[in-house]
Design a binder for this molecule. Structure first.
Ligand SMILES: [Zn+2]
Length: 81
């Protein structure tokens, strides 16, 4: 499942693993209980996640996969995902 970033009105940020069809559902901030809105900043989070997983394997195939993943998420963002 993709990781989505949320931010509540009080500025608390958190990430949540959400199925694609639930990504627009409201999330409750665990710090203050306010409804948090999804941020379009899931690309860096996912990128970092992949980077941690493949640390030290910067071969061309890996870089191609990273490029594909980032293009996919940019496409999602551009299409309102
Ligand atoms: Zn909060």
């Amino acid at each position: 499942m993709p990781i989505y970033a949320y931010k509540c009105p009080n500025g608390h940020r958190f990430d949540a693993l959400m199925p694609l069809d639930k990504r627009n559902d409201p999330q409750v901030c665990q710090e203050c209980g306010k409804v948090a809105e999804r941020q379009l900043t899931s690309v860096p989070t996912t990128f970092k996640f992949a980077d941690e997983k493949y640390k030290g394997h910067a071969d061309p195939a890996y870089l191609a996969v990273l490029a594909f993943i980032s293009l996919f998420f940019f496409w999602l963002a551009a299409n309102g995902g």
